[in-house]
Design a protein around this ligand. Structure first.
Ligand code: PXL
Length: 281
């Protein structure tokens, strides 16, 4: 069984970060080791949330793992709280990166043209630099614009997306994937660039007209999980995009209209079936 390490916060209530990554990746048949960067009462879209920073735990926890000769097949980072933690990730990568594992970075910090409340321009710069260490990065368009200095647009053409991908590639990652890309009316999905082959990749499915927090975390977790189950990054993106769309559609059926996160618990069986159907030897 493959083993991944995911480094992100625990938002106790909110269905994002570790409370998504752990159940989703485990359900995909991949061991999921967690390194919590902070404990929050809720994610930061709630008013008045509490935060306990755990930066001082990162060094002792990772040192203990190192002493036990622990190895990982993927190092997956998501929401990190501070520039200091971004710096700590560089050390963690040096410690645990091997020739055989991958670094997967979701530079979670913004959406819909705006930075999340905790972040500023310096945080953006630090995250952009961290992306240079990655084998694969999966920013949304907002995060990509902040990291490249390009103008954020809600209406765009393929040339705009390709320019964003090229500028992200210049940060240094091997594979760049932009999420939330709509190539035509009523569609949404991803567009990627494999810098080692200079090949672009597009995957689109039907747009479900609703926005929920945590969908980026679901997408990234499924990507990592699918890659660990032997799928190519392109196939992993397709599985993740389809599963995210299905989960949003399922959440829309909920009469209680949850606003803070999606009902991924209801769609996990479908994800497991999909993986079985698409099993790679
Ligand atoms: O889903 C991204 C995310 C993760 N962690 C925290 C957040 C958010 C988005 O708002 O606030 C704490």
């Amino acid at each position: 069984m493959k083993r991944i390490l995911t480094v992100q916060d625990i938002s106790c209530l909110g269905k994002c970060s570790i409370t998504v990554a752990l159940p989703v990746i485990s359900a995909m048949g991949v061991e999921t080791v967690i390194l919590p960067t902070a404990v929050l009462s809720t994610h930061t879209m709630f008013q008045g949330f509490t935060v306990k920073d755990l930066s001082d735990q990162i060094e002792p926890i990772t040192a203990h793992w190192k002493s036990q000769d622990v190895q990982f097949d993927a190092l997956y980072t998501g929401y990190l709280g501070t520039i200091e933690q971004i710096e700590q990730m560089k050390t963690l990568f040096k410690t645990f990166k091997t020739d055989d594992n991958i670094i997967f970075i979701d530079p979670v910090m913004a959406d819909n043209g705006k930075l999340y409340p905790a972040f500023d321009e310096n945080y953006v710069k630090a995250n952009a630099e961290l992306c240079g260490f990655a084998d694969i990065i999966v920013p949304n368009i907002t995060e990509a614009c902040f990291m490249t200095g390009m103008e954020y647009k809600t209406e765009y053409d393929e040339a705009y997306i390709k320019e964003l991908l090229d500028k992200l590639a210049a940060l240094g990652p091997k594979i760049v994937v932009l999420t939330g890309v709509s190539c035509s009316e009523g569609k949404t999905g991803v567009m990627g660039l494999d810098t080692t082959k200079n090949e672009y990749f597009v995957y689109q499915n039907d747009r479900v007209d609703a926005a929920y927090h945590g969908t980026g975390d679901i997408f990234s977790s499924v990507c990592v999980g699918a890659m660990m189950r032997g799928h190519t990054w392109q196939k992993a993106m397709e599985i993740a995009a389809d599963y995210t769309a299905l989960t949003i559609a399922e959440t829309l059926k909920n009469p209680k209209k949850p606003w803070y996160g999606v009902d991924f618990e209801a769609t996990l069986p479908v994800l497991i079936d999909t993986l079985r159907e698409k099993e790679v030897d």
